[in-house]
Design a protein around this ligand. Sequence first.
Ligand code: AMP
Ligand code: MN
Ligand code: MN
Ligand code: MN
Length: 282
Amino acid sequence: MLIDLHSHTKASDGQLTPSELVQRAENRQVHFLAITDHDTVDGLVEASQYIKDNNLKLQLINGIEVTTNWLNHEIHVVGVNIDPEHPELIKLIEIQKEKREQRAMEMGRRLAKANIENVYEGAKALAGDGAITRAHFARYLVEIGVAPTFPKVFDKYLSRGNTGYVPHDWVDLAHAIEIIQASGGQAILAHPDAYSLSNKWLRKLLITFKAAGGDAMEVAIGQQSPQMRLQLGLWSKEYDLLASQGSDFHFVGRWRDLGKSLFLPEICQPIWHNWTACQSVE
Ligand code: AMP
Ligand code: MN
Ligand code: MN
Ligand code: MN
């Protein structure tokens, strides 16, 4: 049974439409797929309609990836089994959307001062109606030849301390967990190894996340070393968090794909251990 609880569509910085994403997941025999766009649930309606219209076997899990602030670090919290119509969640999404918009305009102004013009407009055109992210800025800057690759453009222009970086003001980590759970969902600490934290700070984050009522942490991310997967599994046990897995799929590429290389170390208690829908599928 293939389970993938982290993926993106054009509703944020993914490159497939929700319909294309669920069709790809079906083709790859994923049974459970969570769509978890950055600070938006806009892709879910189209995805579930497509699943119905085309009689897919795939079960869609309503999700979101909330960008949060913890001690000035940007920490991502995935919510699964959320109610996308819950008023508190809708309010949070509206606030985050406005923050994204303001930040994007400020990024544009800062880049213009460095003589790179019209980047906001370029990124906005790539984002369309979706949530505007730094990934759209990165794509645009690569397109116009300012930097050759995504990692390079982040290193030079978009990560903390660089010209296009704008200090953030996202929802507080604990508050995001609260809202995800108020909407009926479970809160998962996304890709704990991706924050450039030392082990000491990562442990602090895990303690805070658990104390704030967080449910789970991502352990299997697909593209990772066996040692890292095991280490994350051990931490999930140590800090009494359930274990989750997700590809964080954004686009069709060489390494990452929906459902690819996703399995948990045996010591882990999966987040889906008590999901009734999962018991009936083998
Ligand atoms: P944002 O939430 O607007 O700050 O955008 C973050 C998104 O940009 C992430 O979800 C990734 O898709 C992408 N991203 C962030 N850092 C990097 C990086 N160093 N290299 C490539 N993509 C990145
Ligand atoms: Mn992204
Ligand atoms: Mn993330
Ligand atoms: Mn993600």
